[in-house]
Write a protein that binds this ligand. Structure first.
Ligand SMILES: NC(=O)c1ccc[n+]([C@@H]2O[C@H](COP(=O)([O-])OP(=O)(O)OC[C@H]3O[C@@H](n4cnc5c(N)ncnc54)[C@H](OP(=O)(O)O)[C@@H]3O)[C@@H](O)[C@H]2O)c1
Length: 501
């Protein structure tokens, strides 16, 4: 375990949803695990005029919803000593100067500083500009790091202009663009699985892999976040960031080392190798849908258009599926199918890798059904696991085959489980960029989805519907290259209910 330099974490938007549910509880857990630097200070900035005492009471209330009373009784006192609050009302022109004085004139506040932007994206440039103007981003007596929440831009152009506004005050090594998906253990396990096991490398290419599916489905709808989702949609919200990152991890070449720049160089190469989708080919490569009313978990749920805050004629997609090709030597001709949806039949995230059939079907006469190919599957959530499907002989006098699933689930009883944000917060404190996005990665990902966004934004008259609680709209099968390729909905053998939609 590395010894960590003392630092000050300044959280903008500390009273918001993300800070309440993830950041503050995550910091508390890291403190309990003795993973925070001893002299670390947590300075929360919000628009409300709270005193320090009021803020500490707020934090206690946040933690009480996630931790049992005995844990709070044991650990809150030490944690609360780290907590400070700075009121930054929008009409106060001196708020940033006061913050600069509080942070820089107080010897008990460590001069290494992290500024976490847990505010709506529209606020990022103005806050950074003000911090820069009062000199708080200059590295004269300690390092300065800035964490930018997702989404980074709304399309390629807006991402580039946000970037230009950051570069006025910051250098690239000071910027940590977060994609919390990369903090999940299984996502990191994609790299371990590929690069710590020689077994797979000879098979990991177009000679043996038929296609790759990367899927994220949710049973939840917009859950009171219609305002955000109406301006985003499923393609921006999930595919541009999280699912393309997963694709990059599956498709990338082995890096020279696990050093952040080597890793990110290879991810960028994979993203840049994705074949551009011209606007006239969008329909052949992308499919969108919007949920109607239906049933989830035995209860009736409203359709997207009936959700509060959604425009009656909204064509925002709650489901998006893409077919992409990574045009390089390794992946030539292998389709990568990406799909995400809200109000789907189940909540699950997984990578499904389907292998080709053997060149000769020597056991054809032993079965009635088509051959079942090999699959390697990485469950991300809720099952954090790894499974491989193989053919074996059914015991008995005759040669019949059966598919079995090798379950290489790697969690053991007693293994520590941390939330993605906890690991990422620690990485920022340590200055490790490996799991954060470099600007060229972000740009490459926007280049992939931009033509689709443009076409969809022009075609507002019609969007495919799917009932809540289903696996998405009928018709997405037209993305598949061949009749024997279908969406896989489950990691389980009995759930290998491959369906045509
Ligand atoms: N929530 C999630 O699960 C989630 C997941 C992934 C990414 N994110 C990203 O994380 C960021 C925060 O999301 P959120 O859901 O927490 O949003 P939120 O609930 O709207 O919270 C934003 C907070 O920022 C405060 N704020 C706004 N402008 C400020 C300023 N100039 N100075 C200080 N505080 C300011 C707001 O204060 P008021 O209360 O006074 O308005 C509010 O408390 C967004 O960029 C979002 O895209 C969120």
């Amino acid at each position: 375990m590395k010894t960590l330099e003392p630092c000050t974490l300044v959280i903008y938007g500390a009273g918001g949803d993300l800070a309440r549910r993830k950041l503050i509880p995550g910091l508390f857990r890291l403190d309990i695990a003795n993973r925070l630097p001893e002299q670390m200070v947590i300075m929360s900035c919000g628009r409300k005029p709270w005193s320090r005492e009021q803020w500490v009471a707020e934090v206690l209330a946040m933690l009480q919803t996630q931790y049992p009373p005995e844990v709070i009784a044991h650990s809150f006192e030490r944690f609360s000593a780290r907590l400070h609050y700075h009121a930054s009302p929008p009409d106060d022109p001196d708020a940033y100067v006061r913050l600069q004085k509080t942070l820089e004139d107080n010897p008990s506040i460590p001069p290494n500083m992290i500024f976490y932007m847990s505010v709506r994206p529209a606020e990022f440039p103005a806050i950074i500009d003000k911090l820069g103007n009062v000199g708080l981003l200059k590295e004269h007596n300690g390092w300065r790091r800035v964490v930018i929440e997702k989404p980074f831009g709304y399309d390629l152009l807006s991402a580039q202009s946000l970037q230009a506004s950051l570069y006025k005050h910051l250098n690239e090594p000071q910027i940590f663009r977060i994609d919390h998906y990369l903090g999940k253990g299984t996502v990191q396990n994609v790299m371990v699985f590929r690069f710590a096991n020689i077994l797979l490398e000879p098979l990991w290419n177009h000679h043996y892999i038929d296609h790759v599916q990367i899927s994220h489905s949710e049973t939840l709808g917009v859950e009171g976040r219609a305002g955000y989702f109406e301006g985003s949609g499923a393609l921006r919200d999930m595919i541009q960031s999280h699912l393309l990152q997963l694709l990059a991890l599956v498709a990338m070449e082995p890096p020279v080392s696990m050093n952040a720049e080597h890793l990110r160089d290879e991810k960028v190469k994979a993203l840049k190798a994705i074949r551009p989708i011209p606007q006239n080919a969008v329909h052949a490569h992308a499919f969108r849908g919007q949920y109607g009313s239906g049933n989830i978990g035995g209860g009736a749920v409203p359709g997207y258009l009936e959700e509060p805050g959604v425009a009656a004629d909204s064509s925002t997609e709650t489901y998006a599926a893409l077919k992409l090709f990574v045009d390089n030597w390794r992946w030539s001709g292998v389709p990568f199918y990406l799909r995400t949806g809200k109000r789907m039949a189940e909540s699950a995230s997984a990578i499904y890798i389907r292998f080709k059939n053997p060149p000769q079907d020597l056991l054809k006469h032993t079965r009635r059904d088509p051959a079942h190919p090999n699959w390697i599957m990485l469950g991300i959530q809720p099952d954090d696991c790894l499974k491989i499907e193989l053919q074996v002989k059914v015991p008995g006098l005759d040669v019949h085959t059966r598919t079995i699933s090798l379950d290489a689930t790697y969690h053991r009883k007693g293994d520590e489980k941390f939330d993605a944000y906890e690991g990422l917060l620690l990485d920022v404190i340590q200055g490790d960029h490996s799991l954060f996005l470099r600007i060229d990665e972000v740009e490459a990902a926007w280049r992939v989805v931009d033509p689709i966004l443009k076409v969809w934004s022009m075609e507002r008259d019609f969007i495919n519907n799917y009932p809540a609680g289903s696996w998405g709209p009928r018709g997405t099968y037209r993305l598949f290259d061949r009749d024997d390729q279908f969406w896989r909905h489950s990691l389980n053998l009995d759930g290998a209910d491959l369906q045509a939609y």
